[in-house]
Write a protein that binds this ligand. Sequence first.
Ligand code: 5GP
Length: 132
Amino acid sequence: MDTIFTKIIKGEIPCYKIAENDKFFAFLDINPLAKGHTLVVPKLQVDYIFKLEDEMLAEMMVFAKRIAAAIEANVPCERIGIAVIGLEVPHTHIHLVPINKVGDLNFANPKCKLSEEEFKEIAAKIAQSVKL
Ligand code: 5GP
C-alpha cells in the first residue's frame, strides 16, 4: 500500500515541493516546527531509515545537505537541525528544521501556523536556491 509520502511523490496528493532527483524528494512539512521545515524522503518506500541500503542512506544524506543549504540561504537561523522520528508516517524521512537554540528541535513544541501564501512563498524561495 502506498504511504501518504508515496502519494505525494506520485503527485496524487498536493505538496509544497522543494526539489527531487531520481531517488529522493523534498517538500515542506505541512505542520512545521518552523518556517522552512522540510522533509526529505526516498522515492523507494522503505519504512525505517536504518533499513535503507548503505549507499542509499549515504546518498540521502548528501541530498539532504543540498536541501539544507537552500533552506539556510532563505530562512534566518543559526543552523539547520536534522531529526528522524518516523512514528507517524512509516516511510523514511529526514526532518530539516531551521533552529536557533536546542529547544527549537523539540517536536512537542507548538507548530508554526502558516497561510497557503506563506507556504508557497517560502517553498518557491527555497526551491529556487537548491543546487543538487
Ligand atoms: P514523524 O513520522 O517523523 O513522526 O512525522 C511525520 C511528519 O510528516 C510530521 O511532521 C507531519 O507534519 C508530516 N506530515 C504528515 N502528513 C503529511 C502530509 O500529508 N503532507 C506533508 N507535507 N507533511 C505531512
